[in-house]
Write a protein that binds this ligand. Structure first.
Ligand code: SME
Length: 137
């Protein structure tokens, strides 16, 4: 019964669903603002374990999106100077901010082992996912 799942369990199910159904989504996770701190905290993910459970605002692709409130599509992570590497296999990344009541409270972060796979369709699709997720937060 899905109603018995916690919010974190549900978010984890979303991560698994996305990773398993989109061939070039190799790591899918949700970060949220960590209380009153100017940092992001990893809530749940599907994919390889990461060292980056906490990311200060401004650091890496994720930390930049926490401040910009804008989608960040990275076709080639090697071309980024403010980037935090999780795995040497990752070639590209997409981060879409998650808004609740108009406030940027977190984000979905997706890494890909494929070069330059993300299109505007991914942006629109993941914006929709985040809008749906915001309803259960
Ligand atoms: N690459 C991210 C860090 C998080 S990992 O991808 C899970 C970044 O540069 O912010």
């Amino acid at each position: 019964n899905n109603n018995e799942l916690s919010v974190t369990d549900r978010l984890h199910e979303v991560c698994i669903l996305l990773k398993e159904n989109v061939s070039y989504y190799d790591w899918v996770g949700f970060y949220f603002k960590n209380g009153d701190k100017e940092e992001l905290k990893l809530r749940t993910y599907a994919g390889l374990e990461t060292d980056h459970e906490i990311i200060p605002f401004g650091k890496g692709i994720c930390g930049q999106v926490a401040l910009s409130n804008e989608n960040f599509v990275v076709p080639d992570v090697k071309a980024q100077d403010n980037y935090i590497a999780c795995s040497i296999d990752v070639k590209s990344e997409i981060v879409i901010p998650l808004f609740k009541d108009g406030k940027n409270i977190g984000q979905i972060d997706i890494d890909s082992d494929t070069a330059d796979p993300f299109t505007e369709k991914d942006e629109r699709f993941l914006e929709f996912i985040n809008q749906e997720v915001a309803k259960i937060l």
